[in-house]
Design a protein around this ligand. Structure first.
Ligand SMILES: [Cu+2]
Length: 464
């Protein structure tokens, strides 16, 4: 038996109004009762023999990997991985249940010493804490098995604790989730784990001083736009487990929804609170209950200097929570595709200056108007011009033959950045007002491009 108080039933009671049940007015435990339960809590090492659940065994290896964490930015990482599977940042999510005997065998397949700390697990013995000077360190080629009894349901993490400022920063972390025993009811139908971190694209673990200035801000190891959407279908309740394994404060803000903060650092809150902006500090974990709605809305760090990739907006700690089809403001459902909806902003040119037209504009190869989206016939090999005006590519779809040079010309009074995907790599080209960029397509295929600061600007070149 574990004497730690369990507030899940209370949380459920407080969630019931969300679920449509009659509102309850039970109140929260008194301050005195909360202090009393803390005083009576059992603390200290829970002997492995007291495990009442299953024996859960994991093996983690450590590998040096190269990962594209932001468009066009590939970095060296030290990553945890399961044997025979690719090592990743974050490492594999480990899930156990209350009462389980957890055994994590770390095999050091890397060329540096490492250790594994189970962040938030309080039932473990000091020798299992993964701190080199009180526990152990694992030399290259060695291994160590960390064992503990999972006594408390909650959102935790594991990370390397050897030379932590470098090793954690190199990506040595993952989620460690302790679930309640099966059968305990929960109001949510799905869970999403979101691990926050930052990265300095110039960081080098071999430097004597690890003095970093992060320029990339990550969720689950990627920056926007590489962070996958989080689907929360309309009407469904989902749990977001937020874990901060970086080193800077973040202020997470969700558009179009509020969330109910159910737990902090793996402890169920006696009085969950509703919010739409949550400060998250290094090492903290929060469990957030979200109810899906219509439309897609950003969830992002409201520390806006962190909504960039290398200083360029949009990027960084930003992803979309996607629900049901978006309704219009009048309540009707929006038409399914808005691809031909040309509401591009028309901004007045600064002063009386109008950017000069391209030096020698070539007629469009097909002779079709720029906004005709019918598939144009292949053009003869030669040259083509795509004019950027009013935040649109003209034409947005172009069909050419291999060997054709395509020139993008910026006729807008603002800078655009052309992101062209070629050979699996994003290449970014600056296009100040009036500037041009030419690229010759030698290979057949479909080449998509977009504008980095204005991602709604998208186009495609089809090369036959
Ligand atoms: Cu390490």
């Amino acid at each position: 038996m574990f004497s730690r108080p369990h507030f899940l039933s209370l949380v459920l009671a407080l969630c019931l109004p969300v679920l449509g049940a009659p509102a309850l007015a039970q109140g929260t435990p008194s301050r005195g009762a909360l202090i009393q339960s803390f005083v009576q809590q059992r603390v200290g090492t829970v002997p492995l023999a007291e495990a009442t659940g299953e024996r859960r065994e994991f093996t983690l290896e450590i590998h040096r990997v190269q990962t594209e964490i932001s468009p066009g930015v590939s970095v060296e990482q030290w990553a945890f991985g399961l044997p025979g599977q690719p090592a990743t940042v974050p490492g594999p999510e480990l899930r156990v249940q209350v009462g389980d005997l957890v055994r994590i065998r770390v095999v050091n397949t890397h060329d540096q010493p490492h250790a594994l700390h189970a962040h938030g697990i309080t039932s473990l013995a000091q020798e299992m804490d993964g701190v080199p000077h009180t526990s152990t360190q694992i030399l290259p080629g060695g291994s160590y098995t960390y064992e503990f009894v999972a006594t408390q349901a909650g959102t935790h993490a594991y990370h390397c604790h050897f030379q932590t400022n470098v090793h954690l920063d190199m990506g040595m972390y993952g989620a460690l989730i302790v679930e309640p025993r099966a059968g305990e009811g929960r109001p949510w139908t799905a869970e999403h784990t979101l691990i926050l971190d930052e990265w300095d694209s110039r960081q080098n673990p071999a430097d004597l001083k690890h003095d970093v200035q992060p320029d990339l801000f990550l969720v689950n190891g990627r920056t926007y736009p590489l962070i996958p959407d989080v689907p929360v279908p309309e009407g469904e309740l989902h749990l977001l487990r937020v874990i901060h394994m970086g080193a800077q404060p973040h202020s997470l803000h969700l558009h179009g929804h509020s969330f109910l903060v159910l737990a902090k650092d793996g402890h169920d809150l006696p009085a969950p609170f509703e919010a739409d902006t949550l400060p998250v500090l290094p090492g903290e974990r929060y469990d957030l209950l979200v109810k899906g709605r219509d439309g897609a809305f950003p969830f992002h760090d409201h520390t806006t200097p962190q909504n960039v990739n290398g200083g360029v907006y949009p990027g960084g700690m930003h992803f979309m929570v996607t629900g049901g089809p978006a309704r219009r403001a009048d309540g009707t459902l929006a038409p399914p595709a808005a691809a031909h909806d040309h509401h591009a902003p028309t901004i007045p040119p600064p002063g009386a200056q109008t950017p000069a037209p391209p030096a020698s504009p070539q007629p469009l190869p097909t002779g079709r108007p720029a906004h005709d989206h019918a598939a144009p016939a292949p053009a003869p090999t030669g040259a083509s011009v795509i004019r950027i005006a009013n935040f649109e590519y003209g034409p947005a779809e172009l069909q050419i033959r291999a060997g054709t040079a395509v020139t993008w010309t910026n006729a807008d009074p603002v800078i655009h950045h052309l992101v062209l995907t070629s050979g699996g790599q994003d290449r970014i080209h600056e296009l100040p007002p009036g500037a041009s960029f030419t690229f010759t397509f030698d290979q057949p295929g479909e080449f998509r491009y977009r504008c980095q600061p204005h991602p709604f600007m998208q186009g495609v070149v089809r090369v036959s």
